[in-house]
Design a protein around this ligand. Structure first.
Ligand code: HDD
Length: 743
């Protein structure tokens, strides 16, 4: 008895310690380090020669008894496992989460109580549609899945970088995935929604309208995984120790702000560096630029379940931040790259059903269906339900149950008892009371008739799509129209294009429908429809007005816009190229480079060839990248130092001129000093900018995100202006005439 009491105390949730290193220490038991070791077989036998198979004579047949050959070949033959049916391409990182203050009033989840505690996490970012080898920068939703290894077991927040979903009921998920994936007859196109079947489906499914707007916006081409928001999408439930529940929406807010690529750049990157986002994440962590995200929550008291003009169980709706503000409750820092892609990033298995006490589900029919799908698909990937024993998936707390056996079982369960109740095993493993950390489901009252029907409160499909459109900046609107010109422009069926314009887009906005029609060979709609909408109670009102009953309304939501609300003014980890050749000004290069690096930017010297180039002052610098291996698309900003000889050479290099044209076209900041300005004027943007007038010379001049300095050594002022231009990220809107610039 006394022995068991001791054991109980040791096993108590209160005394279970988890810290930042708990997961790493656990993984250490499984790591293999080949350093200074002999090559062996799987059986541990040392190998004397691995370059030749065992043969009967050096030109004779290979012998069956060559165990080393057989084993080596067998492993290769079985190295692949089925890729995820969606979210196949992903990138993972380890880190930790820390809550800012106790959330005990809302939830009893232990990892959300103590600000001094660091809970280990593993995050996997992904694209959705493409296969494992597809490009990172395609237009797509990004998955943002987080596994918290808490002292009460694993909690998975399996979200996306878009706060709503295409469909309302999980039973439509197979149709959605079939429509958006490559067509079944010809397996085309790869990693793209721009084909007939997807837009056919979308045009017939008005509930996709809101999510479509997000997917067509800049959100679907993030500049970096570190610069995008994450969302839990569904309304979940928090439950405190008193058993009181409240509704919650989860958000991840990146501390670097939200930033995107432009479409032309995204497409080119898909060819020049298909690993763009993966590389960016990896390199940031390797160089200590740890990605940081704050966890935010929108709280909805249980009594307000029906207070909105939409249904909070409908995953195609968000709750405008202007109605319910996001409270930032903690921070996640990603600080360690995986050791092995397959063992960790590929084998990690997330599941929205992995919850801990204090976090519970709601009746959102999309969420309910997800609760079935994830384990089901993981059994397809791993051919066994024992995938939970794979190191990356193990909780950092002990697992005791009677679910033994099955393919590849690792755990050796002791004793003859594998059932419950039992007396022969002392009644163990035993049940935990709520106080002992036992999971108790929220006692929500549910009643209803069995019925295959959609709730009436899910009926309004367009109001929030309109709110999104109305909340965009002018530039963002323009890019949504261009995205539709691309996506629908690839649709061969005119019938589908017409239906998209009339049945979907015109219900979102007449302005949008008209602008899109023009680019895709379809007549503009003759009348505006859908500017009014019926709410759940049958009242007719203006669309895109979101109200808490009796409360304030939202007709414009800047929180939805990247341009208007979500940028940061830091240049930390921004990539800047310095274009130079022999005969550059070293003093200019050094001054600008040092100023940028002090602010956390990454600076690379780009020239025609690798090797060294010599400055006018005689210093030699190592070239970081040659033109053939890089391009403007791999940088956030460009700088051209003076130095007559260098600039004269660059003027004759199509590659250098192309970098400037393209960076200009993509809205990127460009800096130039003294003769460097001549290179700008020699490029196609010479027609678009005027550069400093005579009296403005000697101090930096900023025009359309181009920062120049002439006849002056005042680099400090130049650097300040250039850094400010980079902090604004893009200068697209002020470069309207860029259509003239080839790139
Ligand atoms: Fe899902 C993977 C996110 C709806 C079925 N989903 C998957 C991943 C993410 C999401 C991030 C990749 C996890 C990883 O990195 O391994 N899924 C979402 C979000 C949704 C959503 C935010 C809407 C709110 N998903 C959804 C529905 C279903 C699924 C409605 C089916 C009923 N999702 C799956 C899946 C996947 C998956 C088929 C494929 C690979 C996997 O689960 O492990 O089960």
């Amino acid at each position: 008895m006394a022995k068991n009491e001791n054991k109980d105390q040791k096993n108590s949730i209160e005394t279970t310690r988890v810290d930042e290193n708990s997961k790493n220490q656990q993984l250490e038991n499984f790591r293999e380090d080949p350093n200074e070791q002999y090559l062996t077989t799987d059986q541990g036998v040392r190998i004397s020669r691995t370059d030749d198979s065992l043969k009967a004579g050096s030109r004779g047949p290979t012998l069956m008894e060559d165990f080393h050959f057989r084993e080596k070949m067998t492993h290769l033959d079985h190295e692949s496992i089925p890729e995820r049916v969606v979210h196949a391409r992903g990138s993972g990182a380890h880190g930790y989460f820390q809550v800012y203050e106790s959330m005990a009033d809302l939830t009893k989840a232990k990892f959300l109580q103590d600000p001094s505690q660091k809970t280990p996490v593993f995050v996997r970012f992904s694209t959705v549609v493409g296969s494992r080898g597809s490009a990172d920068t395609v237009r797509d939703v990004r998955g943002f899945a987080t596994k918290f290894y808490t002292q009460e077991g694993n909690y998975d927040l399996v979200g996306n970088n878009i706060p709503v979903f295409f469909i309302q009921d999980a039973i439509k998920f197979p149709d959605l995935v079939h429509a958006i994936k490559p067509q079944p007859d010809k397996e085309m196109p790869q990693a793209s929604a721009a084909h007939d079947t997807f837009w056919d489906f979308a045009s017939l499914m008005p509930e996709t309208a809101h999510m479509l707007m997000w997917v067509l916006s800049d959100r679907a081409i993030p500049r970096s995984f570190r610069m995008m928001e994450g969302f839990g999408v569904h309304t979940f439930r928090l439950v405190n120790a008193q058993g009181e529940g409240s509704f919650v929406k989860f958000h991840w807010k990146p501390l670097l702000g939200v930033h995107s690529l432009v479409w032309d750049e995204a497409q080119k990157l898909a060819g020049k560096d298909p690993d763009w986002l993966r590389r960016d994440l990896w390199e940031a962590i390797e160089t200590g630029e740890y990605p940081e995200f704050e966890l935010g929550i929108q709280m909805i008291p249980e009594g307000d379940e029906h207070a909105f003009a939409f249904d909070i169980l409908d995953a195609t709706k968000l709750i405008p931040e202007e109605l319910v503000p996001v409270r930032r409750i903690g921070k996640m820092t990603l600080n360690r790259n995986p050791d092995n892609f397959f063992a960790e990033t590929e084998q990690v298995a997330f599941h929205p059903g992995n919850v801990v006490p204090g976090i519970d589900f709601t009746n959102d029919p999309l969420l309910q269906g997800r609760l079935f799908s994830y384990v089901d698909t993981q059994i397809n990937r791993f051919h066994s339900s024992n995938f939970t024993e794979v190191p990356i998936n193990r909780p950092v707390v002990p697992v005791h149950n009677q679910q033994g056996a099955g393919f590849m079982r690792q755990t050796i369960n002791k004793g003859k008892v594998n059932y419950f109740p039992n007396s022969l095993g002392g009644g163990y493993p035993k049940m935990a009371s709520e106080q002992e950390g036992g999971y108790v489901h929220y006692t929500e009252k549910v009643e209803g008739h069995k019925i295959r029907e959609r709730s009436k409160s899910f009926k309004d499909h367009f109001s929030q799509a309109t709110l999104f459109w109305k909340s965009m900046s002018a530039g963002e609107k323009k890019r949504i129209v261009q995205a539709l010109h691309f996506e629908l422009g690839k649709v061969e069926s005119k019938e589908v294009r017409i239906r998209m314009v009339n049945e979907i887009l015109n219900h979102i906005s007449y302005e949008l429908a008209t602008m899109v029609a023009q680019g895709i060979g379809v007549d503009a709609p003759s009348i505006a429809v859908g500017s009014k909408v019926k709410d759940v109670a049958g009242t007719i009102k203006d669309k895109a007005v979101h109200a808490l009953s009796g409360g304030k309304t939202v007709e414009d939501s800047p929180a939805l816009s990247i341009d208007r609300n979500n940028k940061s003014n830091s240049i930390k980890s921004r990539k800047v190229a310095i274009l130079a050749d022999n005969g550059f000004s070293n003093i200019e290069v050094m001054s600008v480079k040092q100023a940028l690096q002090t602010q956390g930017a990454k600076v690379s010297l780009v020239s025609m060839f690798k090797g060294k180039i010599k400055s006018t002052e005689g210093e030699e610098l190592e070239v970081d990248k040659s033109h053939i291996t890089t391009g403007s698309i791999m940088f956030d900003a460009i700088f051209i130092p003076g130095g007559k000889e260098s600039v004269e050479k660059l003027k004759k290099q199509g590659e250098a001129l192309h970098v400037i044209n393209e960076a200009y076209k993509h809205g990127k900041p460009i800096g130039a000093i003294n003769e460097g300005i001549e290179l700008l004027m020699a490029s196609s943007i010479g027609q678009a900018i005027t550069i400093a007038s005579a009296e403005e010379k000697r101090k930096p001049v900023v025009e359309k995100g181009i920062v120049t300095l002439q006849n002056s050594q005042d680099f400090t002022a130049f650097n300040e202006a250039f850094i400010q231009a980079i902090a604004q990220h893009r200068h697209i809107v002020v470069r309207e005439e860029r259509a003239m610039v080839p790139a």
